[in-house]
Design a protein around this ligand. Structure first.
Ligand SMILES: Cc1cc2nc3c(=O)[nH]c(=O)nc-3n(C[C@H](O)[C@H](O)[C@H](O)COP(=O)(O)OP(=O)(O)OC[C@H]3O[C@@H](n4cnc5c(N)ncnc54)[C@H](O)[C@@H]3O)c2cc1C
Length: 491
């Protein structure tokens, strides 16, 4: 592979040192690298995954899952129900494989943070210029409606008109999106603006030193001060000396590294999540959902209840991998009706938290959905199904492991009465607050309001782990904003 970053790679790992060591290159880490390099600091970036250009996978789901997703796509979270968590593992982290939706943090969330942190540093006014900068850097654009594409998203506007509810065009980091519908493989046309192109490449051009395929294993202390990072590359261990270390390994790996470095009792890690539940819907007219992008519109009427509703990347392999309990007649029906199908995502902000344990250096994740969230999920499944049937849905496959199908509202009600929490079929790709920042040092927090460790003054964090609480919308914008704010102010 012709690698444009070749000149930035550190060849000899013996005896290396830097002023600032950034660990992890996703939403948070790439911002920190870019800001530090702009300030002419001496920075090394350590990333466990490899570097691939954004259009490298040409839409191949199998290839991209095995190379740029951690655990080839799914990290299991055990409990009631068990579900899969998805995260990126490559230069650019989650921003390489995500949908590119960029939201500013909701006012209600920022007001809550202000009260919790007793500080205005992350107030709407203070973050405004930072969000403007992020939106410019990532070319954030308001999506538009098209006549011949994204018909699955257009359906949401039909629903909104009929029911007088709020539906908006979403804001995405894209340049000339060609509607290839393969956002999770990078981007076939290179249109998606991940932090790889817009933060890491510019920082590399100004001298950022990079170590890919290198996993941070443990932060080492000298006189109770972090001073070296033990890393593993090509089955060998090395140590990197630093003056300051900035963690950005994402919401599961950052708490794991903290626990591995400073013992399991140093942090009681609890991760906030959003759940995604899929509804596969067969309509009475062709939609050709494959012709489009992840989604262009979103129902936001129920946002204060933590609930959002949108279409999803439509792909036959995704569709059938999520419907693995169908009999052969049902498969045949779907294959024949593939052009009439659309997949919708119902996203809900969960009340309960995922517990993260370190078991022999492997993260063990445990979760139980709350009874109140289950009641809410059933309420909105019924509501969305009803609205779908009213505008022409013929059949809906509900998000339960038995792939319940319903052809009318009564059948949906029956399925909802019958199914238990353990039958829910859901995933998550949004984890937050697992080593949260807080005013006081509590068991669930590790960093102060500047993102600096309560314990060690040269240890910082700038990824999803430090968010004081969960966001309501997709979190990349909020993570980047906090990373900008912390690095601009502190270094
Ligand atoms: C399929 C999918 C779709 C999504 N869609 C959206 C969206 O449209 N909008 C949005 O706002 N959010 C979206 N998200 C979520 C968003 O991408 C994440 O919230 C965000 O990337 C998290 O940023 P982060 O910096 O905390 O961690 P990450 O972006 O996950 O980056 C962490 C990096 O650290 C590296 N790393 C981890 N451990 C180590 C270690 N020990 N040593 C060295 N390196 C390490 C990882 O390999 C990774 O590259 C999506 C996520 C997924 C998976």
């Amino acid at each position: 592979m012709d690698d444009q970053l070749k000149k930035n790679y550190i060849e000899d790992l013996e005896d290396i040192s830097c002023d600032y060591l950034v660990v992890g290159s996703g939403a948070g880490g790439s911002v920190a690298c870019s800001e530090l390099i702009k300030k002419n600091k001496d920075v090394i970036l350590v990333e466990e995954g490899s570097h691939y250009k954004i259009d490298h996978f040409k839409g191949s789901i199998a290839d991209s899952f095995s190379k740029v997703w951690r655990n080839s796509g799914v990290t299991p979270i055990l409990g009631n129900p068990s579900f899969g968590y998805g995260e990126g593992m490559c230069l650019g982290g989650g921003t390489y494989i995500n949908g590119g939706l960029i939201y500013r943090t909701a006012d209600t969330v920022l007001q809550d943070w202000e009260q919790r942190l007793k500080s205005k540093i992350y107030s709407k006014e203070n973050l405004k210029p930072i969000f403007e900068k992020i939106e410019k850097n990532l070319n954030v654009t308001v999506e538009k409606n098209e006549i011949d594409k994204n018909k699955d998203s257009q359906i949401l506007f039909d629903i909104s008109k009929k029911n007088n509810i709020k539906c908006v065009n979403v804001r995405r980091a894209i340049k000339n999106c060609k509607r290839n519908n393969k956002c999770t493989t990078g981007c076939v046309s290179g249109a998606k603006q991940s932090t790889l192109q817009n933060y890491i490449y510019p920082a590399a051009a100004k001298g950022l030193r990079i170590l890919t395929n290198t996993r941070a294993e443990k932060i080492l202390l000298k006189n109770n001060k972090p001073f070296k990072l033990k890393v593993k590359k090509d089955q060998k261990y090395f140590k990197i000396k630093f003056n300051n270390i900035i963690l950005a390994c994402g919401p599961i790996q950052t708490p794991l590294l903290i626990k591995k470095s400073f013992n399991n009792t140093s942090l009681k890690s609890r991760m906030h999540v959003h759940h995604n539940l899929r509804l596969n819907v067969v309509f009475n007219k062709p939609l050709n959902s494959e012709i489009g992008t992840i989604f262009t519109s979103q129902i936001q009427e129920y946002i204060n209840d933590g609930v959002l509703f949108s279409a999803s990347n439509f792909d036959k392999s995704y569709l059938f991998s999520g419907l693995n309990n169908l009999n052969s007649n049902q498969y045949e029906f779907l294959k024949e009706n593939i052009n009439f199908l659309a997949t919708y995502l119902f996203q809900i902000k969960a009340t309960n938290e995922v517990k993260i344990f370190n078991f022999n250096n492997i993260p063990v994740l445990h979760y139980n959905l709350s009874e109140s969230d289950f009641i809410k999920i059933k309420k909105y499944l019924l509501l969305f199904s009803k609205m779908m049937f009213e505008i022409g849905a013929k059949k809906i496959y509900l998000p339960f492991s038995n792939n319940c199908e319903a052809t009318n509202v009564d059948e949906v009600k029956k399925s909802l009465d019958f199914n238990k929490i353990k039958n829910l079929d859901m995933v998550s790709v949004h984890g937050m607050s697992s080593a949260r920042m807080s005013l006081d040092n509590t068991p669930n927090s590790f960093f102060n309001i500047e993102g600096r460790s309560f314990e060690y003054e040269n240890l910082y964090c700038v990824d999803a782990s430090i968010l004081p609480t969960s966001t309501i919308e997709s979190p990349q914008g909020s993570i980047m904003a906090l990373s900008h704010s912390i690095t601009e102010r502190n270094f």
